[in-house]
Design a protein around this ligand. Structure first.
Ligand SMILES: Cc1ncc(COP(=O)(O)O)c(C=O)c1O
Length: 395
């Protein structure tokens, strides 16, 4: 590969909206868990498109499926029936406890769809109730409504006033949730593991109590599984780890293995959207669904999800051992959605930079927590190598 023949970082500075803090590398190629920059440097990628590349980079089956589909049919809109869409719809519904699906193009669109369905439930069954209760530190997307749903004031402040109809309470606190429910409430939306907020799993008891609260008050329980779904927790969908069934599930990220696609899944009673209520142009297009079909089929192959759980143990054990350095103060997560908290925010930046210099890409999720979300196909030896690099950064 050519040594920096073009200064892409300068081009980004000049042309791109300056709303991202990017790491100073230009990635040009990926294969499995590895990526390469434009100088030819190789990195282990434990960011994986932010928990997206479920089957690794440049997966040959996904590449073949996309290429074949691109030569056959790319887009028709939802005005017509298309087969890749309906095949993936069947796969997702038949392997979950849900009854209906709507395809989207991103996580934010999936959660927004969930909230619209919940508001319709409020309108038709709860005397116009419209409020959705979410939690502090949650993340549900960047559309204006999902910014209002997200429990991080810093994301809301530049855009106030926020759309009404959302309020936040503290996470894993059932009394706070119970106190917040009023005649205005139509739904509760929760991440089974808070991801962007710092990798905080919900307790089983909390989720069970939420289910009860929703049942008692005729509210819909929405699980935002944009990050926890599609094998990430060692189960096909994250709720299956806890055994608590939501009424609506929002998915995206891993579903297309890197190709943009999301979905919102509904129990029949929560499937409130009627003709004219909702729609999109690209949702569930044949190209994205061809990729999603490969992802879902692969994840459901015998042994795949068990291997995710085994690799999770290896990763979590390795990080736990690094607590001996005194610099890691907590290790949190489930499956291959794992975070380690450092003793100070300065240290977190230092560790991310030092790991990158040593060939491992990581990203922070909060001031002092670094997340590890490798492809689900990561190899045990790659996890060991990554732990070794983190260890060197701490010594
Ligand atoms: C739990 C959760 N919900 C929603 C979103 C938004 O997804 P997208 O960026 O695809 O809109 C994210 C993205 O990180 C997420 O983690």
């Amino acid at each position: 590969m050519v040594q920096h023949s073009i200064d892409w970082q300068a081009i980004e500075k000049q042309y791109y909206v300056q709303c991202f803090g990017r790491a100073p590398i230009t990635i040009v190629k990926g294969e499995g868990t590895k990526v390469w920059d434009d100088t030819g440097r190789e990195y282990l990628d434990f960011v994986a498109g932010i928990a997206v590349n479920a089957l690794g980079h440049s997966n040959p089956q996904i590449a073949d499926a996309i290429a074949t589909q691109a030569r056959t049919l790319v887009q028709t809109s939802s005005l017509y029936y298309t087969t890749p869409q309906l095949e993936v719809a069947q796969q997702l519904i038949d392997n979950s406890d849900m009854d209906r699906i709507f395809f989207t193009n991103s996580g934010g669109e999936s959660t927004e769809t969930a909230v619209k369905a919940a508001r319709k439930h409020g309108k038709t069954s709860l005397d116009d109730a419209f409020e959705v209760i979410t939690t502090d530190r949650s993340f549900h997307g960047r559309t204006l409504a999902m910014t209002a749903a997200t429990g991080t004031p810093a994301y809301q402040d530049p855009f106030r006033p926020m759309p009404e109809g959302f309020r936040q309470v503290s996470f894993n606190d059932i009394d706070a949730m119970s106190d917040a429910i009023s005649s205005k409430t139509c739904a509760i939306m929760i991440e089974p593991v808070q991801a962007e907020g710092g990798i905080y799993p919900a307790t089983l008891d909390y989720l069970q109590q939420l289910r009860k609260l929703c049942d008692q008050n005729n509210l819909l329980l929405i699980f935002d599984e944009v990050q926890t779904g599609i094998g990430r927790l060692g189960h096909f969908l994250g709720y299956q780890h806890f055994g608590v069934q939501p009424d609506i599930i929002a998915l995206a990220k891993g579903l297309g293995g890197g190709v943009p696609i999301g979905a919102t899944l509904f129990k029949e009673h929560a499937s409130t959207l009627q003709p004219g209520d909702h729609g999109n142009t690209f949702g569930g297009n044949p190209l994205a669904c061809a990729a999603a079909k490969v992802v879902v089929e692969t994840i459901l192959q015998p042994g795949f999800l068990q291997s995710v759980s085994k690799k999770s143990d290896l990763l979590i054990d390795g990080l736990e051992k690094l607590k001996q350095t005194g610099q890691i103060v907590d290790v949190r997560g489930l499956g291959l959605l794992v975070g380690f908290e450092l003793s100070s925010p300065d240290l977190a930046d230092k560790v991310v930079n030092s790991c990158r210099d040593d060939g491992l890409i990581l990203v922070k999720v909060s001031a002092s927590t670094i997340r590890m979300v490798p492809p689900l196909t990561v190899e045990a030896s790659e996890i060991e190598a990554a732990i070794g690099i983190v260890s060197s950064a701490l010594h």
